[in-house]
Design a protein. Structure first.
Length: 356
């Protein structure tokens, strides 16, 4: 018997999944996808470890999914690519037997049209099918004041809640650079969220819906840098969780669902502690990009003499090389390494066999 339904989870199912994660001390990998190849690899890895997984797309990833040649002036291509990716996941997830959380990554105020397009589309979809396409969306308004951030998030959560979509918000800034957003030079104090901000957000949002999670900054950084450059303060999560518990008079209940951004390169100890303090999702992008790259790189190195010319290789001057340069061979080599790497993250997140 599986614990969760296979296919895309939404509404109460999503909250049940995160409650289960918190209760049993694991977190789900939130893996960025940019095409069917990476989506399928994510589902393949989740099927292997028999756990639910989060498939997510950035606005750049969505644009790439739809096609880089497409005009994207109102982020219409970013939205179309995300819808296309979602349709793909809905079509195949059950075949993999995997419960999937479908999510979109960072959306700043500048890119808000992207989410507007997605919500417009899903309101129509929900009216027809009684379910949304996505389980949740993220709004990263951490560049705004906390009041503005939460005020806008309240409006969006109210709108999303009507079609059973959850919201992930960001408090404080994740450092580093991802998807063209460069936060490597921001004020250091902004890299650490204050517990009072977490309660402020929790208090306001929970009046609208319990279906939200918080990406709090605790020195985490997008990308991978030399060891020692990143100083994680996992205590911020603990202090914030305790503070909210005290305000609610609900000690030991871990009311806040935290999301860990910039997890690439983190030590298994820091990951384990963050889960203890209520992290239910850890984003993975950089390490997965690296794994895919290594698979393709090693494939070309191994078959260098078979991909240099269309005809002729060490086995003979007239031998055709079609079976070596077929893009499926190249992409599959990337996928295989991606799956292997993702299995390691599932283990780091204590997320093995969580659908059994
Ligand atoms: Zn992030």
């Amino acid at each position: 018997m599986s614990k969760f339904r296979s296919g895309v989870l939404y509404g109460q199912e999503l909250m049940d999944l995160y409650a289960d994660a918190k209760q049993n001390g694991y977190a789900l990998p939130g893996v960025n996808a940019v095409g069917t190849s990476t989506v399928n690899a994510i589902l393949e890895a989740a099927a292997k470890v028999e756990s639910p997984v989060i498939v997510q797309l950035s606005f750049g990833g969505g644009h790439f999914y739809a096609g880089k040649s497409l005009k994207n002036d109102t982020l219409q291509a970013s939205a179309a690519g995300c819808i296309s990716a979602a349709m793909h996941v809905h079509a195949v997830a059950e075949m993999y037997g995997v419960p999937v959380v479908l999510h979109t990554d960072h959306c700043s105020l500048e890119n808000i049209h992207w989410i507007d397009h997605l919500l417009d589309y899903q309101e129509g979809y929900y009216a027809k099918h009684g379910k949304p396409l996505f389980s949740s969306h993220m709004l990263d308004l951490s560049e705004e004041t906390i009041e503005e951030n939460i005020e806008i998030c309240e409006k969006y959560l109210a709108r999303m809640n009507k079609i059973e979509i959850g919201l992930e918000i960001e408090l404080g800034i994740t450092g580093g650079e991802e998807d063209g957003v460069d936060n490597s030079d921001v004020d250091v104090s902004k890299l650490y969220t204050h517990p009072s901000e977490v309660y402020y957000a929790y208090e306001k949002l929970s009046k609208i819906s319990p279906n939200f999670s918080i990406a709090a900054a605790f020195g985490n950084v997008h990308g991978v840098y030399k060891p020692g450059n990143v100083k994680l303060s996992v205590e911020i999560l603990e202090n914030s969780q305790r503070h909210v518990e005290e305000q609610l008079g609900a000690q030991g209940t871990k009311p806040v669902s935290f999301v860990f951004h910039g997890g690439s390169g983190s030590s298994p100890e820091d990951i384990a502690r963050s889960i203890e303090y209520g992290v239910i999702k850890m984003n993975l992008d950089t390490d997965m990009q690296w794994a895919f790259n290594c698979g393709v790189r090693d494939y070309y190195a191994e078959y260098a003499d078979y991909v240099a010319e269309q005809i002729g290789n060490p086995d003979g001057d007239d031998v055709p090389n079609k079976k070596y340069y077929d893009p499926r061979k190249v992409l599959r080599a990337g996928e295989e390494r991606f799956v292997e790497r993702l299995e390691v993250s599932f283990a780091d997140l204590n997320c093995i066999g969580r659908n059994k």
